[in-house]
Design a protein. Structure first.
Length: 319
């Protein structure tokens, strides 16, 4: 079965600090507080993107927001195994391919999975950690990375920025101007397997999938301009356990699952390589990442000034 819902958390601060509408935070806080469980997700630690385990609400902030890099599993599979063996409820969040690997690992170790809740993400594909580190080196040199926010939403959900704090400065750039984000969204920098991903459509091994609910205003009254999540349930028991919690902490609406192809086609389809992909690869090999990105795509500026001008135009058109 597949059931589709739109969702956003009632608290503005949670939505603002989330990639979309706060579905991850809401589900995780419910597991931590109500089920006394643990949560596995992805954090940025001094520029390294890693999977990690948390067991209290105060640490949940570090796992919020998208990380557009293939994360290091570290020791989380073994930690998850030990938690399940000890009877804890575990919420493990990862990419569709990662959830498949996790389940395979746990099944081979013959651990009971009744207390495991797997959440995967609608995935466009991800760059490798190597590409990310090359970008950081070219962009920031020897500066120490202190914090990374791939979804800085001060000016909204759909026109978000990337923000990187170092020991010397805070870098903020529109998603269509920054080289890393342009390479990611333009599908130049993804891992080779992402272009032929088999974990699409009904080939999800999670209990539920979360992602962005683009164009939500056309389909649902659960709309928040700072972000709205979509949730696809694959497991009735998990759905029945979690939907009441989602209703308690936010706005949730059930929607026809057939519209998924319209609002986030990455749920069903792999990303296609751009026509000038080889030019990107050749330039990357000879001249580095940033020059490769600039060789195949043009930056687009988006500033607060532009937003103000657009808002004024909108108001004038109403009068």
């Amino acid at each position: 079965m597949e059931e589709l819902y739109s969702f956003y958390n009632k608290k503005r601060k949670i939505v603002l600090n989330s990639s979309s509408g706060g579905a991850f935070y809401t589900l995780s806080s419910f597991v931590l507080k109500n089920l006394h469980g643990v949560v596995y997700g992805v954090a940025s630690k001094q520029g390294k993107i890693i999977h990690c385990r948390i067991d209290n609400l105060k640490k949940l902030y570090f796992l919020m927001r998208s990380k557009y890099v293939k994360a290091d599993f570290c020791n989380t599979f073994n930690e998850c195994y030990e938690d399940l063996k000890n009877g804890l409820t575990v919420l493990y969040v990862g990419l569709p391919c990662e959830i498949f690997v996790l389940r395979t690992y746990l099944e081979k170790r013959n651990v009971i999975l009744d207390h495991l809740i797997c959440v995967d993400l609608i995935c466009h594909g991800v760059p490798s950690q190597d590409v990310w580190e090359i970008y950081l080196q070219e962009k920031f040199g020897k500066q120490k990375i202190e914090d990374v926010n791939f979804r800085y939403k001060k000016l909204g959900w759909e026109k978000y920025f990337i923000r990187i704090k170092t020991n010397k400065k805070t870098y903020v750039s529109f998603k269509r101007k920054d080289e890393f984000m342009r390479a990611f969204s333009g599908a130049y920098s993804l891992m080779p397997s992402c272009y032929k991903c088999i974990y699409k459509g009904k080939n999800h091994y999670s209990d539920l999938t979360i992602g962005d609910f683009w164009n939500v205003k056309k389909y649902s009254c659960s709309y928040n301009k700072k972000g709205t999540s979509l949730i696809v349930f694959h497991n009735d028991n998990v759905k029945n356990a979690l939907v009441p919690a989602l209703k308690q902490y936010g706005s949730i609406n059930k929607i026809d699952v057939e519209i998924l192809k319209n609002v986030n086609p990455s749920y069903y389809y792999s990303t296609v390589k751009p026509d000038n992909f080889q030019k990107y690869c050749d330039t990357f090999e000879k001249e580095g990442f940033i020059k490769a990105v600039n060789a195949v795509s043009l930056p687009v500026n988006y500033s607060l000034k532009i937003k103000i001008v657009n808002k004024i135009k909108s108001l004038l058109n109403k009068n």
